[in-house]
Design a protein around this ligand. Structure first.
Ligand SMILES: *Cc1c(COP(=O)(O)O)cnc(C)c1O
Ligand SMILES: [Zn+2]
Length: 552
């Protein structure tokens, strides 16, 4: 493919060699690939129609001359999944998850490893060095094994040991550094210099930035299909926001370039606003941006358990990312570890997606930006979601997450009876009955989901006020959750009817409504209900606390 490497500082153009990492004219390490956008913009769309759905379908826009398909592990084209339950909960219906967990090694680093290793292999390089907070080294290790390359992986001792073992499993040499990630990078660089080995340069690696931009190409294609029934022939759409947790910032730098190139090729009109999220204990970019600084103030001793996000000194990546955030109307945001873990748990319970804490940070950032009104209810949002849950599950779940079933000794009863009697141990108690009266199917599903995910309840549902009242009078539940605006009979009348019947007069009622109540309506409810929840702004824990306290 024809492309040149352009210096971002002096504008000098040079041909591409993976081993030459600086501008021959000014020495800058910040350079990027440039293609013939006019030509590719016109010719590529037709070719895309018949190409396989993987990262290499965009090969005209990647810095590998002859992509070697035998190295591929099927990277790219991860699903874009609508987060319907989260959207309901947050009052922001168009939230989409770019599910990078579904890549070959469960993180978006697969893209970087696939493209970088392909380029190195093409250049005849057989050994490389990378410093990593875990996921980069896992991805490089897998691809290096396929390509017959040796990887020296430098990781900080905080990287969970399951991740270290995965790196080693693929046959790479793991070197544990007791120190910060920034120190780990220094040791790796010195090791590579002494041995004259190729060193991964993080966000300054041309192939890595190029790999990340395929996320943007895929988002535009998939979002357009998701938002248009007709699909393929609709003009390409881009989201209003791209949200990602960041460490060194390589992901959003590459994704930005992807959206910019689509604009340069005349494929799309706008670049989304960027929301890079950091862990509060290591948020040099967020704090520098909030202070309006042009250069980042490094954090020398990061204090976060989310080791994936522990870059304390972002260097010039901050300057480039700041300019993209500012020019797109985006925002940097930070979240505490606790908020990230909680968001991770919410994501798993509400969407069936078990991600790693770093991705939890992205979702916690999303929640925060929606609550602050920075992301608007009508905005379309894509969140990058990545990987490995294992190291964190224990901390997130707490105790009491399983029920133990013991089989009686084999001689005591025939096997089937043994199984049945064992199962009676699973649910010996009577579960509290909760009636949901709600006309919108999605809202009923959301409330049911919140309840199911957090406790054992028998859940009854009715889709209008009249049916709800009948159900309640027949079943006498322990709690009623009702909407106000419904066909047949509205929630106000249901509540009045319940209160005037001695059998149902004391059943606690929670009103969950999307409506802003007038003072008159508040009066009508006054004293008759136990709680009022505004739909859209209830996150499940608050709601569940309310439910639990009413069932006592
Ligand atoms: C690498 C990684 C990040 C940080 O990404 P950068 O774009 O390199 O800052 C965030 N989350 C996960 C899960 C990662 O693997
Ligand atoms: Zn230069």
């Amino acid at each position: 493919m024809s492309f040149i490497i352009k210096c971002l500082d002096c504008g000098h153009n040079a041909p591409y060699y993976p081993t030459s990492t600086t501008c021959p004219k000014c020495g800058s390490q910040w350079r990027e690939a440039e293609y013939d956008y006019e030509l590719i913009g016109k010719t590529l769309p037709e070719k895309l129609k018949t190409r396989q759905k993987n990262l290499w379908r965009f090969r005209e826009l990647l810095p590998v001359r002859n992509p070697n398909i035998s190295l591929s592990l099927g990277e790219g084209y991860t699903p874009l999944i609508r987060a319907a339950n989260l959207g309901m909960m947050l009052g922001c219906p168009n939230i989409f998850i770019k599910d990078e967990r579904q890549g070959p090694t469960s993180s978006f680093k697969d893209r970087q490893a696939a493209v970088t290793i392909a380029a190195l292999k093409e250049a005849g390089i057989t050994e490389m060095v990378a410093a990593s907070t875990g996921n980069v080294a896992i991805a490089y290790s897998a691809y290096a094994s396929r390509a017959g390359m040796k990887l020296w992986a430098f990781v900080t001792s905080l990287v969970p040991s399951v991740k270290m073992r995965e790196i080693a499993l693929y046959g790479s040499q793991v070197i544990k550094i007791t120190g910060s990630y920034d120190q780990c990078k220094q040791v790796a660089a010195e090791f590579a210099r002494q041995r004259q080995l190729y060193l991964d340069m993080g966000a300054r690696t041309i192939t890595s930035i190029e790999a990340m931009k395929t996320i943007a190409f895929e988002i535009a294609d998939q979002l357009t299909r998701a938002l248009n029934e007709e699909g393929a022939d609709a003009p390409l759409q881009t989201p209003d926001w791209y949200v990602q947790a960041i460490s060194g910032g390589m992901g959003p730098l590459g994704v930005y370039k992807g959206f910019r190139e689509m604009q340069q090729m005349g494929w799309t009109e706008k670049i989304p606003a960027f929301a890079p999220i950091q862990a509060e204990g290591c948020a040099p970019m967020v704090h520098s941006w909030k202070k309006g600084l042009a250069k980042a103030e490094p954090v020398t001793s990061p204090k976060t358990h989310i080791e994936t996000l522990a870059t304390g000194d972002p260097g010039r990546a901050y300057e480039f990312l700041k300019s993209h955030v500012d020019s797109t109307g985006g925002a940097f945001e930070s979240v505490t570890d606790e908020e990230a873990f909680r968001a991770m748990h919410v994501l798993a319970k509400m969407e069936g997606i078990s991600a790693e804490p770093a991705a939890g940070a992205a979702f916690a950032g999303l929640f925060k930006l929606i609550r602050a009104g920075v992301i608007k209810p009508s905005d379309t949002v894509v969140v990058n979601c990545t990987g490995h849950t294992m190291p964190a599950e224990a901390g997130v779940l707490g105790d009491n997450w399983s029920r133990d079933v013991k089989f009686p000794a084999p001689t005591e009863a025939p096997q089937e009876e043994g199984l049945l009697s064992a199962l009676t141990q699973v649910a010996p108690e009577r579960f509290p009955k909760i009636a949901i009266v709600e006309d919108t199917r999605e809202a009923r599903r959301l409330i049911r989901r919140i309840l199911q995910a957090q406790g054992n309840f028998t859940i009854l549902e009715a889709e209008n006020g009249r049916a709800g009242l009948d159900l309640i009078q027949q079943e006498l539940p322990d709690l009623v959750i009702t909407d106000l605006m419904m066909p047949e009979m509205d929630g106000f009348s249901v509540i009045e009817a319940l209160r005037s019947n001695p059998e149902t007069a004391t059943i606690p009622v929670i009103v969950a409504t999307a409506k802003e109540l007038t003072p008159d309506e508040k009066n009508r409810l006054g004293g008759r209900i136990q709680a009022l929840m505004q739909k859209g702004d209830f996150l499940n824990d608050e709601f569940l606390d309310e439910v639990k306290s009413l069932l006592k």
